[in-house]
Design a protein around this ligand. Structure first.
Ligand code: 4GY
Length: 250
């Protein structure tokens, strides 16, 4: 899978994505990330990428022309392939989640447009953008960090990026439950013991305990996720018990 990022800060993208699992996937050639500097596609001597907003107001707006020239340059590199999906990172977009990550991972390549200042001239967005996406309800200084978050989550869903060892954790989030707690050596740290069941070697009991911890955590911090979770009869009963008890503490 190929990711193309249109940005004013290409080093931020390539630098930030060159570590850990994604760094390994890029090295091995399963995915590639190409960050292109929009400023390289200006034609005036001062390399302006922005201008004053029509109607007045604070700040600057990114201009159409350098963005469209960057986009055309990348399209020409892709030769005669069909129009790519182009994602614009904005708090005004659909909120990104694991389901969207899996969908985007089906694409052969994906373009990202990173805005700055007060945003991008609406006309070039209408001309090239296919998806407006938000990574959450807060305001960043630019689209770069948001595109990096999306690329990391999407690349993990590309076959071959995760090893068999690593692929367990996504499965459980897809089950609409939060992850259970993890422990490693030592057995006692600052007086805190590792839960006894994990030392028992009793695999069925460990599995049951972990599922219960997942249900408990999900109820405590993201109860809305439980609507979409598949729970066994026994697990439903466990959840009902938690609900009763959490009422008692109030
Ligand atoms: N939240 N999710 C986000 C963001 C920054 C000015 C337009 C977000 O995706 N992007 O906060 N983006 C702004 C900065 C131009 C994008």
């Amino acid at each position: 899978m190929k990711f193309y990022v249109m940005t004013l800060f290409p080093e931020m993208i390539t630098g930030g994505l060159s570590y850990s699992i994604l760094g390994r996937a890029i090295k091995s050639g399963i995915v590639s990330v190409e960050a292109v500097n929009i400023r390289d596609f200006t034609e005036d001597k001062h390399k302006h990428v922005d201008d004053y907003p029509y109607g007045g107001g604070a700040g600057m707006v990114m201009s159409c022309e350098p963005i469209e020239r960057t986009y055309r340059h990348l399209c020409e590199k892709r030769r005669l392939r069909s129009r790519p999906r182009v994602i614009y990172l904005t708090p005004q977009g659909r909120v990104f989640d694991q389901t969207m990550a899996k969908e985007f991972a089906q694409e052969e390549d994906l373009f990202f447009l990173c805005g700055h200042y007060e945003g991008v001239d609406e006309r070039v967005l209408d001309a090239i953008v296919t998806d407006r996406v938000s990574i959450g309800d807060y305001v960043l200084s630019g689209g770069e960090l948001a595109s990096m978050v999306m690329i990391d989550a999407i690349a993990r869903m590309v076959p071959g990026v995760l090893t068999n060892e690593e692929s367990g954790s996504t499965e459980s989030f897809e089950g609409n439950l939060l992850e259970y707690p993890q422990y490693t050596r030592p057995e006692v740290w600052q007086g805190q013991r590792v839960p006894e069941v994990l030392l028992s070697g009793h695999h069925a009991k460990i599995e049951e305990w972990r599922r219960q911890q997942s249900i408990l955590r999900t109820w405590e911090t993201r109860p809305e996720l439980l609507d979409g979770a598949e729970l066994s009869k026994k697990e439903r009963k466990f959840l009902e018990e938690i609900k009763k008890n959490s009422g008692a503490e109030m």
